[in-house]
Design a protein around this ligand. Structure first.
Ligand code: GAR
Length: 206
């Protein structure tokens, strides 16, 4: 059998980058057949940029200042991604909504990670939303990105309990442990060509 070429990934970040680190670690361990061709941040201060540089991965700061609107920002982003030959775009704590310009350029090839069990608690502060609502379970979701906010087809989810004395920090930490597991897993399924999408249904043959 001919070995598959590693999947060319771009990871988009805005902050700490613990999920970026989880992806890097799985690739370096030989458990994920992918190569991160660039890490792109809208935030020049993101610690994720340091993590990427520590592993010799190219970093790009794509600041939104200087762009008239979301569509123009996204058009420039698409150009960068094309230049790097990216096949899958991974949003790992990228705190910007993508316009139709980006979504249509990468159909079913942009994955987002959300710290709740969608369709519950979309948007910002998902862990606080879950605590305020009083749910007994929350978790995380990996989904394909469409033009809505956290509305695209669900690829993988993981459930965690919500404890009575949880704070936003303790719940976030429990959710993040699961994020670090299911995000690389979803990328691996894509890399192995094991994901198909029919409408909202994401099928993964067993
Ligand atoms: C993650 O918990 C991710 O689910 C969340 O940002 C965090 C990034 O952490 N994403 C969103 O809230 C998107 N709406 P990280 O920078 O340590 O990977």
């Amino acid at each position: 059998m001919v070995a598959r070429e590693p999947l060319k990934l771009a990871v988009l970040v805005s902050g700490n980058g613990s999920n970026l680190q989880a992806i890097i670690d799985r690739i370096e361990a030989g458990e994920l057949n992918a190569r991160i061709v660039c890490v792109i941040s809208n935030n020049p201060e993101a610690f994720a940029l340091t993590r990427a540089a520590n592993h010799g991965i190219a970093t790009i700061i794509h600041d939104n200042r200087g762009f008239a609107n979301r569509r123009e920002y996204d058009a420039a982003l698409v150009a960068i991604l094309r230049e790097h030959g990216v096949r899958l775009v991974v949003l790992a704590g990228f705190m910007r909504i993508l316009s139709e310009v980006m979504v249509s350029a990468f159909p079913h090839a942009i994955m987002n990670l959300h710290p709740a069990l969608l369709p519950s608690f979309p948007g910002l502060h998902a862990q606080k939303q879950a605590l305020d609502y009083g749910v007994k379970f929350s978790g995380c979701t990996v989904h394909f990105v469409d033009c809505g906010t956290d509305t695209g087809p669900v690829i993988l989810q993981s459930v965690v309990p919500v404890e009575q004395d949880d704070t936003e920090e303790t719940l976030s930490a429990r959710i993040q442990r699961e994020e670090h597991r299911i995000f690389p897993e979803a990328i691996g399924l894509f890399a192995d060509d094991r994901i198909s999408v029919e409408g909202r249904q994401v099928r993964i043959p067993s």
